[in-house]
Design a protein around this ligand. Structure first.
Ligand code: GLV
Ligand code: MN
Ligand code: MN
Ligand code: MN
Length: 433
């Protein structure tokens, strides 16, 4: 089994084939057909077509395919050992949805690498002891329905199904996760739960989405865990007024206060080890050039390696924002600040068995040439939630210029294939543990 190789050409052709659904921005005026980004929001028409491809392809490869109430898709290839028919599968998993202006590799690589694993097992007639499979998790990005990793979260029993189903799309539309699942026909009766669909283990191949591997000329990241993060929506409520007639002391300018809060969230984060703070969504009402904004809402994404650091950052920001909204600082009127917590993802350490399986698999694929390193993920992944319910491990491959969540996201075909091979070897090794 150590000699099984993935077919790099086929892997990349699957990847680019699925990118015909939801093709996004080209990199430049003379981009090749494969040099565009992706815009495949979860549960869109494009996502449905990519899902249909996944279902049809894995069925043709001999898998039993099941879909749960969150639209998670599990493709399972039976094992050979007596009594393994109902044993939980060891799965490769990731996501087919993308950012609105995302790339071709985030998530997609992990799913198509799982499909390539199935192809290699089929063409070589490999019989695993226990079932193995591939999972496509719904709305990992949280870009359309604003909780990231929401469907693996429901599967893990960490997010209530009703809360996930009633999530409304970003941007004020009326669609909910449930209505969109129904519309694209991926709402099934099977409970979205680790009890209805237990996994023996979960391995996720993903692009690093950062600069470390490339900078160190490493080929594989053996992921030990994921840093903690929290998402909030902060609402600042002041008072709308005429910009030409309202002197500064008579204002309650929600935008000015929000700007100060965002800048200060950055300063607070820099004072903590590994702390990060970012705002990606900003909404001003009423949104008129000559009216002082009455209400501003902004997203706040804070991250740190340790939960305790994040606790401190959160409380410092809450205190600081309250101060900024008070008339002492505005030198005008008081404003109100309301915090809503959208997502909480605690720091994760993966299962030692999976970390060493990935490490051994990387050594067998790369030889012992020192081309891999252990690392912690800065981004969230469905593996965060699977790790609560089954042994979980992750494999990173280099991202060119460390770029992700951008059309120019790129990982070379060779690196994609190396990652897919480490993924396959990890699953096969776990099956024999
Ligand atoms: C989720 O994928 C995140 O890291 O934002
Ligand atoms: Mn991803
Ligand atoms: Mn992403
Ligand atoms: Mn992610």
């Amino acid at each position: 089994l150590q000699t099984l190789k993935v077919n790099q050409t086929r892997l990349l052709s699957d990847l680019h084939h699925t990118c015909q659904w939801g093709t996004g921005q080209p990199w430049g005026p003379r981009a090749k057909p494969t040099e565009t980004g992706m815009s495949r929001l979860a549960l869109s028409g494009a996502d449905k077509l990519a899902r249909d491809w996944f279902v049809d392809t894995t069925k043709a490869l001999g898998c039993n395919v099941s879909v749960d109430a969150m639209g998670n898709i599990f493709a399972v290839r039976p094992g050979r050992r007596d009594g393994s028919a109902n044993a939980p599968p060891t799965c490769a998993g990731s996501h087919l949805d993308t950012q609105p202006m995302g790339g071709r590799y985030d998530g997609i690589l992990g799913v198509v690498a799982g499909v390539e694993m199935l192809r290699v097992l089929e063409e070589n007639g490999v019989e695993t002891a226990f079932p193995v499979g591939v999972v496509n998790w719904t709305n990992e990005e949280g870009a359309r329905f604003p909780i990231s990793m929401v469907s693996s979260g429901v599967w893990a029993g960490e997010i209530p199904l009703e809360r996930a189903h009633s999530l409304r799309e970003v941007g004020g539309g009326t669609a909910t996760m449930r209505s969109e699942l129904e519309r694209i026909k991926y709402l099934e009766p099977m409970a979205a739960s680790h009890e209805a669909m237990p996994l023996a283990a979960h391995f996720e191949l993903h692009i690093e989405q950062g600069p470390v591997l490339e900078g160190e000329k490493q080929k594989i990241g053996i992921v030990e865990g994921v840093q903690a993060y929290r998402w909030f929506t902060v609402e600042v409520v002041g008072r709308g007024a005429h910009t030409g007639t309202t002197p500064f002391p008579a204002r309650a300018d929600a935008m000015l206060a929000a700007a100060r809060m965002i800048a200060l969230s950055h300063d607070i984060a820099t004072q903590h080890a590994g702390g990060l703070a970012s705002t990606g969504i900003l909404t001003l009402r009423p949104g008129s050039v000559n009216t002082i904004p009455s209400t501003v809402t902004f997203s706040l994404d804070i991250r740190a390696p340790r939960d305790s650091t994040l606790d401190t950052m959160e409380s410092e920001m809450k205190r600081a924002f309250a101060r900024i909204a008070s008339k002492d600082v505005t030198r005008a009127l008081d404003l109100a600040v309301n915090w809503q917590t959208d997502s909480v993802s605690p720091a994760v350490h993966f299962h030692e068995d999976c970390i060493s399986v990935v490490e051994d698999a990387a050594a067998s694929v790369l030889g012992n040439a020192g081309l891999s390193r252990r690392m912690v993920s800065g981004a969230g992944h469905d593996s965060v939630y699977t790790s609560r319910r089954c042994p979980t491990g992750m494999i990173f491959v280099p991202s060119r210029n460390g770029v992700s969540h951008h059309p120019e996201e790129y990982t070379s075909p060779e690196d994609c294939a190396i990652g897919a091979e480490v993924l396959m070897q990890s699953v096969l090794r776990y099956d024999r543990l």
